[in-house]
Design a binder for this molecule. Structure first.
Ligand SMILES: *[C@@H]1O[C@H](CO)[C@@H](O)[C@H](O)[C@H]1NC(C)=O
Ligand SMILES: *[C@@H]1O[C@H](CO)[C@@H](O)[C@H](O)[C@H]1NC(C)=O
Length: 219
């Protein structure tokens, strides 16, 4: 009797831990909550329109149908994301889709998403992807079209197009409607206001000139 209730308790605790550890954004309390982007107040998410006004167009977007401008970044990549403005039906669903385009040898530099894990599928090209775990061990994989890879939540990761002649395309799903992105190099060297030089010099064991040069290079 005692043994049974103990093992029941243990399975309940295990179940609770498992469920708790797989939570993405909070669950919706209704079928949908189509974002009303015109509302000027702040919520954790966006307020919703009257559900009786929902239409198919709220649940569809063509924002990922075309590549972004890969020349707008130093690194030769562009990312297009769904969000509550261009896909209002996404509100409260805990999801984002992304389209990543990479020039020949283009790089999505080391970055992290503080609020989402990510699964990416290579659609075109020859992509080297990887992440660094919190013990600084690196996991990498070469992806060919149709192959996928998971970047665990919050961990620093990259995507690199190995081809020097051809562009590459990947599509990602992220487990938050607002995953957030922090690019390591830009956070360190192009923040506003700038981080104190002393902090950067000590952090990276570099000189004043190195700090100035990296800032200049990153624009
Ligand atoms: C959603 O993305 C578009 C670009 O597709 C951008 O103009 C808009 O500001 C973004 N909205 C939010 C809420 O981030
Ligand atoms: C990171 O990966 C290495 C290699 O598999 C492993 O030894 C280490 O325990 C991992 N760290 C964490 C925090 O999972």
């Amino acid at each position: 009797m005692k043994k049974t209730s103990y093992s029941l308790l243990r399975s309940l605790v295990t179940l609770a831990l498992l469920l708790g550890s797989t939570k993405a954004d909070p669950h919706p309390l209704q079928d949908y909550c189509i974002a009303d982007a015109s509302q000027p107040f702040y919520l954790n998410g966006a307020p919703c329109i009257n559900p009786s006004l929902a239409s198919s167009s709220h649940f569809t977007t063509s924002v990922l149908s075309k590549p972004g401008n890969t020349k707008a970044t130093l690194f030769g990549f562009s990312v297009k994301l769904t969000n509550v403005t261009n896909l209002p039906g996404l509100n409260t669903m805990g999801l984002t889709m992304a389209r990543v385009d990479l020039d020949p040898n283009g790089l999505v530099p080391l970055h992290s998403h503080p609020r989402a894990s990510e699964v990416t599928i290579c659609m075109k090209g020859n992509l080297l992807v990887g992440f660094v775990n919190t013990s600084n061990y690196v996991f990498t994989q070469l992806l060919r079209p149709g192959e996928s890879f998971v970047f665990p939540k919050g961990l620093v990761h990259f995507l690199y197009n190995m081809e020097s002649m051809d562009s590459a395309v990947a599509v990602s799903g992220l487990s938050s409607q607002n995953p957030g992105t922090q690019v390591a190099a830009l956070a360190a060297f192009t923040s506003k206001p700038p981080l104190p030089d002393e902090v950067l010099k000590k952090s990276f064991q570099i000189s004043n000139q190195d700090v100035a040069r990296i800032r200049r290079n990153l624009g």
